[in-house]
Design a binder for this molecule. Structure first.
Ligand code: MN
Length: 751
């Protein structure tokens, strides 16, 4: 369910002040209005059925209220009203709309619905119940859910239409919800329901859903555009009248039965234009469109539309690229019209939409309205045929799935992106995913060997952030292997865990060498390479495992020369007492040298990395994001350990006064983003050379890369994460030394 229901007794709802009698009258008033709308469609016995559904729902929701305090039954009545008035649905849909929340939220069961209203209605109500649980349970799975919804569509499209009506009413009454709930519902709406409404040809509902979502998601932008639209209304009206006058005269002279008016575009679409073209409100030229609605008989529709087109373009000259003929080829959602953009008075471009009344009805209410006109009846058989057509479009989903997603993608605000394999297979990844994430999503063996990727045939580094619609080809090399910095290049859990697995595997391999070194050392001392001796050493060095011991011996962070002081008894080594420790006992803390604020317990490093010297402890190798603390030592500055470091407890217990609280800077990067502009001679391998220096040799993360080449010259901009100035300077020097590079300059990045 979308609504949070509260029992009648809850005091929080006291703002609704009508008494019971007034409430009852209010409910009846809503119900009568519904019946009135439905009247033209009522056949014998229908009225009784609708009444029965209303009474069943009213009784079931009797003790419930909406967040606004209204009796709950107002909601299903309003949803039914939207179905009838705004989507053009009939009696059966009305019954389903009235019952749509009963099975989920009340004691009424599906069996009850089936017993009273039959299997057809029970199935739709069941579909409505399933959908809400599909949509609401897991927001991160929304894309997947969208597909599932579409599959339920093949059962009965009325499920979707009623669900859209439900969502529209919830959006219209979203004010009383908590802010976080508003945000969740609004983003789901713009993400799933608005494109769905578009797909079903419900232009008005789509527009209203988008505008309402924007009102909650981008309240400032929404208010700003709404205010500017209101402020410019007079001026716009004057212009529209001036534009319309000569056309109107011609059409009257031509004996057309018509309406002509100017209509502002939706706030959401204006906002999209402002964003997409990065222009100011004042520069958006199509703030409105002129609409001509003709009352033409079916056989003359097309001819009349073109006649009007001809009259308009006699008056104002059209832009040839902006003619859209959806008369001959209606859109897949049923939309039919003729659109043109002409040069109006004062040299302004104006969009004109020409359509007939029938076409307008379809544009507003979707195809459901269509059959009113054919053979003059709202016969429900006709509906079935229409649903059959939609079903057909959707069952062909495999073939035009990409187109469908493309449509859908334009409304994509959410947490996931769609990317494609070279063969056109779709992969869903979280926003922010990189080429490397994509590689791991295909197969971990491809991930670990990934050296780069091609996005739309352009070479990009492994850390390149993907966008919806990208087609990605992964480039692998058998020489490649994961390194720790890869953990910063991925966002998916799968890639992270595979990289960690692989790093662990790598460590195990290195440890093998250390194990061998240790074996020789022990044997040369006359001690055995035994479980006992290894454990003694692990204890002695305070390590978590023998693997760690072997690894450190291999990487020379443990020096086996220390073992010369050990006694050997039999074949066992004797640890000297008192036990020395590998942990340094640092001299007195010198705040000046350490460079930290002496009265501050909290050091945030990463934000001002040039101010504080620090080193990452070798014993636990912290990485950004780990829980860490700093240990102050002179000489080495601040040493960052993981709180889970095997040495942590000992350090904190014995040298508590030198332990400083430390955390990673906000973005979990001990680095800052900077940009470089590179100009040089275009050459096949240039991107490779550059990315090799950056991510290969210097292991610097690339956050963005774009290369433009023209007439043998290229200009590239690269955004990189560097730790400090020295690193940046080294990078610049290295890049400048590459063949063909002319200049490398630093520029500031905005984000
Ligand atoms: Mn509902």
């Amino acid at each position: 369910m979308d609504e949070v229901q509260v029992p009648l007794t809850e005091p929080a709802v006291a703002k609704y002040t009508l008494n019971e009698e007034q409430e009852r009258k209010e409910i009846i008033r809503h119900y009568r209005a519904l019946l009135k709308s439905l009247r033209p469609k009522l056949k014998k016995g229908d009225k009784e059925l609708v009444r029965q559904a209303f009474e069943m729902a009213a009784e079931a929701h009797k003790t419930m209220r909406r967040k606004s305090g209204e009796p709950y039954i107002i909601h299903p009545i309003a949803v039914a009203m939207i179905c009838v008035e705004e989507i053009g649905l009939g009696v059966r849909s009305t019954i389903c709309a009235l019952l749509h929340d009963t099975v989920e939220d009340t004691d009424i069961t599906l069996e009850d619905v089936e017993r009273e209203f039959g299997i057809e209605i029970a199935k739709i109500v069941d579909g409505l119940t399933k959908i809400s649980s599909v949509i609401d349970t897991n927001t991160s799975q929304q894309a997947e859910n969208f597909k599932k919804i579409l599959l339920t569509l093949t059962d009965d499209p009325r499920v979707i239409l009623i669900k859209l009506a439900d969502r529209l009413h919830n959006m219209r009454t979203l004010d009383s919800m908590k802010r976080e709930k508003q945000l969740k519902i609004a983003s789901e709406t713009v993400w799933v329901y608005a494109p769905l409404a578009h797909r079903m040809g419900l232009c008005n509902i789509k527009t209203e859903l988008e505008d309402l979502s924007m009102k909650y998601l981008e309240p400032d932008a929404y208010k700003d555009i709404a205010r500017k639209l209101a402020e410019t209304k007079r001026e716009r009206t004057r212009y529209i009248n001036e534009f319309i006058r000569p056309i109107k005269e011609k059409m009257i002279a031509g004996h057309f039965d018509f309406e002509i008016y100017g209509r502002p575009k939706s706030i959401h679409s204006i906002w999209n234009k402002i964003k997409k073209k990065s222009v100011a409100f004042e520069e958006v030229y199509d703030l409105f469109a002129i609409r001509v609605i003709l009352n033409s008989p079916p056989e003359k529709e097309k001819e009349d539309c073109w006649k009007v087109y001809s009259m308009i373009t006699d008056e104002y000259s059209p832009s040839p690229e902006r003619l859209r003929d959806w008369l001959s080829n209606p859109k897949s959602n049923g939309y039919e019209a003729l659109h043109t953009t002409v040069m109006g008075p004062q040299g302004k471009w104006v969009e004109v939409q020409i359509r007939t009344k029938r076409m307008n009805e379809i544009a507003e209410k979707g195809l459901a309205a269509h059959y009113k006109y054919k053979e003059g009846s709202a016969d429900e058989d006709r509906f079935d045929k229409w649903f059959g057509q939609i079903r057909e479009v959707l069952s062909a989903q495999d073939t035009d799935g990409v187109d469908f997603l493309q449509d859908f993608k334009t409304s994509f605000l959410a947490e996931e992106i769609y990317v494609y394999t070279p063969k056109g297979e779709v992969k869903m990844l979280p926003t922010g995913s990189t080429a490397l994430d994509f590689a791991f999503s295909i197969h971990s063996a491809i991930g670990t060997k990934c050296i780069g990727a091609k996005v739309h045939h352009k070479l990009v580094p492994i850390g390149h952030k993907l966008r919806s619609g990208d087609q990605v080809e992964i480039i692998t090399s058998n020489k490649q292997k994961p390194s720790e910095d890869w953990l910063n290049l991925v966002v998916t859990a799968k890639a992270k865990s595979k990289i960690k697995d692989s790093l662990r595997e790598e460590k195990r391999k290195i440890a093998e060498d250390g194990k061998y070194t240790l074996q020789r050392k022990l044997e040369s001392m006359g001690a055995a390479f035994s479980q006992y001796n290894i454990e003694e050493l692990v204890q002695f060095y305070k390590l978590p495992s023998s693997l760690e011991l072997h690894y450190r011996i291999a990487t020379k962070s443990i020096d086996l020369k220390e073992l010369k002081d050990f006694q050997v008894l039999g074949d066992k080594i004797e640890i000297p007492k008192p036990k020395p420790t590998t942990i340094e006992t640092p001299p007195a803390y010198d705040p000046n040298k350490a460079g930290s604020k002496k009265d501050s317990e909290l050091i945030i490093f990463g934000e001002s990395s040039d101010k504080i010297m620090y080193n990452l402890a070798k014993c636990c190798n912290p990485i950004p994001g780990d829980d860490v603390f700093g240990f102050v030592s002179t000489g080495k500055g601040l040493i960052i350990h993981r709180t889970s470091c095997p040495n942590a407890a000992q350090l904190m217990a014995n040298y508590g006064h030198r332990v400083v609280k430390t955390k990673w800077a906000k973005n979990k990067e001990i680095s800052f983003l900077t940009g470089l502009r590179i100009i040089g001679l275009d050459d096949v391998g240039v991107i490779n050379k550059i990315t090799n220096v950056i991510s290969g040799d210097l292991k610097i993360n690339i956050s963005g890369l774009s290369i433009d080449s023209r007439e043998g010259l290229f200009e590239g901009t690269i955004k990189v994460f560097v730790h400090d100035k020295e690193e940046l300077e080294e990078l610049v020097t290295r890049l400048k030394s590459l063949d063909g590079i002319q200049t490398v300059d630093r520029f500031d990045t905005e984000n």
